[in-house]
Design a protein. Structure first.
Ligand code: ADP
Length: 302
């Protein structure tokens, strides 16, 4: 549904995006994962027509974004990372302002405002000034603004940064509901756990480049090689070298081996004959976060 082809973006001399080729299928929740400064916002702003000065092509449903097609603009709802709200106005008046930009008016506008307020759980606060909302409530209103014109594609740039757990869960519910209603959601984050629970497909981005992309399941199968984790008093690296490639990790040792079950049994047999106190002996697989680290050498958070 969305295709980026050879997209490059410079900010003066700095390359923010380098040769991005990415496909996003219709009706999926797509997670764009990368650390701060990786290029997530830049990629999203290009798709939302906010940044124009780039090289390459972006198409939505087969139509080039560069053609200035207003039909594409109407298809997209953008939730920027920075709040776009007028604090002195009520939630209702903020939404009315955005609704009019999209050509909504009269009863249709009023009804739609109530629908989106209901969706984001702010119906009972609609007559209060935004300045009296909590940070999480402002984020939810920010989302509501992008949903007013019933877009097919919703782009959310780090929508949960700095929000309280209750609003965070509410935002997850909104995303899941959009997905269940057949919408395509593109969502950026540097919280891997969030993306794992919400998204079907992901792209890992680092220093302006797509490092990997695909379905979460595919990536886990591709990279998630099993290892054994051993932790205990008296456990020495020398005892473990015979079972595979041994790495010292926090609190213990990780042994990479293609035969984890057999090796686990052999390690257990060995330690039964030795004077050691085993605390943990188990088969583990790397998480998506570990995979990101191994592909980029950098972690997602500072
Ligand atoms: P992310 O959303 O992943 O945090 P961004 O897309 O905001 O990353 O930024 C990518 C790179 O482009 C960073 O190095 C950032 O400093 C730079 N950048 C972003 N916006 C601008 C701008 N308006 N002017 C100059 N450099 C920018």
């Amino acid at each position: 549904m969305i295709q980026f082809t050879d997209v490059n973006k410079m900010y003066k001399e700095r390359a923010a995006l380098k040769n991005i080729n990415l496909h996003i299928n219709e009706g999926v929740c797509f997670g764009l994962i990368g650390p701060n400064g990786a290029g997530k916002s830049t990629l999203m702003k290009i798709l939302c027509n906010i940044l124009g000065d780039y090289k390459g092509n972006v198409s939505v449903s087969g139509k080039l974004l560069e053609s200035g097609n207003s039909e594409i603009k109407r298809k997209i709802g953008y939730v920027p990372q920075d709040l776009v709200l007028e604090e002195k106005l009520t939630g209702l008046d903020n939404l009315a302002f955005f609704g009019r930009i999209y050509g909504l008016k009269g009863k249709a506008l009023k009804d739609r405002i109530d629908e989106v307020l209901q969706k984001v759980g702010l119906l009972d606060r609609k007559k209060d000034a935004v300045s009296s909302y909590s940070g999480g409530m402002k984020r939810r209103l920010n989302i509501a603004c992008a949903l007013l014109h019933e877009p097919d594609i919703i782009i959310m740039d780090e929508p949960t940064v700095g929000v309280d757990p209750q609003s965070r869960n509410h935002i997850f519910d909104i995303i899941n509901e959009l997905k269940n209603n057949g919408k395509t959601v593109m969502y950026s984050s540097h919280y891997m756990e969030e993306v794992e629970s919400l998204c079907d497909d992901i792209a890992l981005i680092d220093q302006g480049e797509i490092v990997e992309s695909g379905s979460i399941r595919e990536l886990l199968v591709k990279y998630s090689k099993p290892s054994i984790f051993v932790q205990g008093i008296g456990v020495e690296k020398d005892d473990l070298n015979a079972f595979g490639s041994v790495i010292k990790v926090k609190d213990g040792y990780k042994i990479d081996t293609p035969e984890p079950l057999q090796k686990l049994e052999q390690i257990a047999d060995l330690f039964l004959t030795k004077d050691v106190q085993i605390e943990r002996l188990e088969i583990t697989r790397p998480s998506l976060e570990d995979i990101f680290l191994s592909l980029t050498g950098s972690s997602l958070r500072d």
